[in-house]
Design a protein around this ligand. Structure first.
Ligand SMILES: *[C@@H]1O[C@H](CO)[C@@H](O)[C@H](O)[C@H]1NC(C)=O
Ligand SMILES: *[C@@H]1O[C@H](CO)[C@@H](O)[C@H](O)[C@H]1NC(C)=O
Ligand SMILES: *[C@@H]1O[C@H](CO)[C@@H](O)[C@H](O)[C@H]1NC(C)=O
Length: 529
């Protein structure tokens, strides 16, 4: 194994000697689960001989820039907010979505989304300021002569830095609310009749009311974001770049959009040549489990195990919720491995073990794994697809409802409402996905689709990043729609012209008829006389 790795590296470095292949990559930071995913891609770039520099805020959630074993070079941005502030923001965010959102109406939820967005936007702004208003640091980055910048459109600022440095940039991300950034800024065609808006919780089969809802959601998210960005970002971008511009226009300059889904998960939809769907790039074959864990898994016998995690952000629940969940798990014939950091629930059964951290990918790939209870984050969903494990979804926020809606539509998941969860619901749901073999069959079908690709997602993502470095961009993939106004894009000007022509033609025709009729009338009158 080690030898193989060494040969690999040797091969990579040999390749590097051909000029222009090994590049210098700079990364605008993105945090939480986005970082977990991006890190895999960056590590692969390192393996292929590229240099990777990560700009990192001194206060963040998951990027450990003091880790000396990290293969990345870190450039720390001294941001003015403290860890306590950031943790408090995250706690407030999670508390709303875990404990309060069921009490809120639809409009209150939208209002809350806007408030959260403003808070995160302010954090991005402070992070941006520490870099673009610091001439020494900017000069240092200029001198480093990077070939490419990798960013996430949800962590605003990357595109601005790329513009200042005059280098091409590539996006890596999952979605924006209502797909607004992809549609309006990236030009991705998304007919509202069958492409469900992100966070709308719909599938590609919509009846009239759902299509209406989807259409309105598109309109709303466009208005919502453009309005928010106009307030917060457009002037800032114009000031820094010294010409009138907008955030959306700057985003539209991305050479490639690497989207973290694929056709195993995504509903078929139109896309552009500069959009690549690389979902599951972080997935790997399962490695052996730690000894103690393997023994516990083996003790489950023919019933197998259930893996339970609510993701990297949610690690504590209210006592009430944790007791409901533990009570349900205790009724299962399977052994359960639960990733949980909160207080040990009283109802915890002898078949359930709590871990601070679990090797999730290795557990999902274990032959004894029967089901995965998940919050529905994209990373976990893809690990389940990769290994063909049916799901019980407990979605809470962000794209989680959507993700579970997709997996439900594909017949590989049962969804539960986290807010109103009852012990029996969870027991029934887990029994259903395990007893009823259709869930496992559908999960295996998705897994086969996922594995049967000409080029693996990670290789495709790396290929496009290297492509952009080699060719200093990918402008040949950029649709001309970026040069059109919205009414030109929808051909409203053409329709208006045709309509006017038709109206004039009808008008002339009617006039002619009237004229003729009058003439005829006069002639017949004369004849009668
Ligand atoms: C988890 O939450 C409970 C109540 O919500 C609290 O009492 C407990 O201290 C928290 N534990 C941790 C580790 O944060
Ligand atoms: C499903 O399996 C569980 C445990 O194996 C069992 O207790 C339950 O009765 C089964 N339910 C159905 C409907 O077969
Ligand atoms: C299994 O689940 C599928 C999909 O929900 C359902 O159509 C089917 O009737 C179920 N089979 C049994 C035996 O319950």
């Amino acid at each position: 194994m080690m030898g193989q790795r060494f040969l690999w590296l040797l091969w990579a470095y040999t390749y590097c000697w051909s000029p222009g292949f090994c590049g210098k990559v700079v990364v605008w930071p993105t945090d939480a689960s986005h970082w977990i995913n991006l890190k895999v891609l960056l590590e692969e770039l390192i393996l292929r001989g590229h240099e990777v520099t990560v700009l990192v805020p001194s206060t963040n959630l998951l990027i450990d820039y003091q880790d000396t074993s990290s293969p990345f070079t870190f450039e720390v941005l001294q941001v003015p907010f403290t860890q306590e502030t950031l943790d408090a923001i995250m706690e407030d965010f999670l508390n709303t979505w875990l404990n309060e959102h069921t009490k809120l109406s639809f409009w209150e939820v939208l209002w809350k989304v806007r408030k959260d967005l403003e808070v995160f936007s302010d954090i991005s702004r402070m992070t941006c300021d520490t870099l673009v208003l610091n001439p020494q640091l900017m000069a240092k980055l200029q001198q480093a002569k990077f070939d490419i910048l990798i960013a996430d459109p949800l962590a605003i600022g990357g595109e601005l830095v790329a513009e200042i440095l005059a280098i091409p940039f590539v996006y890596s991300f999952r979605f924006s609310v209502g797909n607004m950034a992809e549609r309006l800024c990236g030009g991705l065609p998304s007919p509202p009749s069958y492409v469900p808006a992100s966070m709308g919780r719909l599938t590609d089969r919509m009846h009239f009311m759902e299509r209406l809802q989807n259409f309105l959601f598109y309109l709303y998210s466009d208005y919502f974001y453009l309005d928010h960005w106009r307030d917060k970002w457009d002037e800032y971008y114009s000031d820094i770049l010294g010409r009138p511009t907008t955030l959306c226009e700057t985003m539209g300059k991305a050479e490639m959009w690497l989207i973290r889904t694929y056709w195993d998960f995504e509903f078929p939809r139109p896309f552009l040549p500069n959009f690549e769907f690389v979902g599951g790039l972080h997935c790997q074959p399962a490695k052996p489990l730690p000894k103690e864990m393997e023994e516990f898994v083996q003790s489950s016998g023919e019933h197998g195990i259930v893996v339970f995690s609510l993701g990297s952000m949610v690690y504590n629940l209210s006592d009430e919720k944790s007791n409901i969940i533990a009570g349900a798990l205790s009724q299962l014939p399977q052994k359960v491995l639960w990733r949980y950091k909160g207080r040990k629930p009283e109802t915890l059964g002898s078949n359930t073990r709590i871990y601070d951290w679990i090797p999730q990918n290795d557990l999902l790939g274990h032959p004894l794994t029967k089901a995965f209870i998940t919050h529905g984050g994209t990373n976990g969903i893809y690990e389940a697809i990769y290994h063909g494990v049916p799901l019980v979804g407990l979605p809470m926020f962000a794209d989680q409802h959507d993700n579970i809606a997709h997996m439900r539509a594909k017949g590989a998941a049962v969804e539960l409402d986290f807010g109103t969860l009852k012990t029996q619901d969870l027991v029934d749901a887990v029994n259903t996905v395990i007893n009823n073999s259709t869930y496992k069959e559908n999960a295996l079908k998705l897994s086969r689709i996922h594995h049967d690709q000409p080029v693996k997602p990670l290789d495709r993502a790396v290929f496009w990043i290297e492509f952009v470095m080699r060719h200093k961009g990918a402008k040949h993939l950029r649709p001309a729609s970026h040069h059109l106004t919205w009414y030109q894009y929808h051909c409203l000007d053409v329709l208006a012209f045709l309509f006017t022509c038709a109206a004039i033609a009808v008008f002339i025709l009617v006039k002619c008829c009237l004229f003729c009729c009058k003439k005829c009338g006069r002639i017949t009158k004369k004849k009668k006389e």
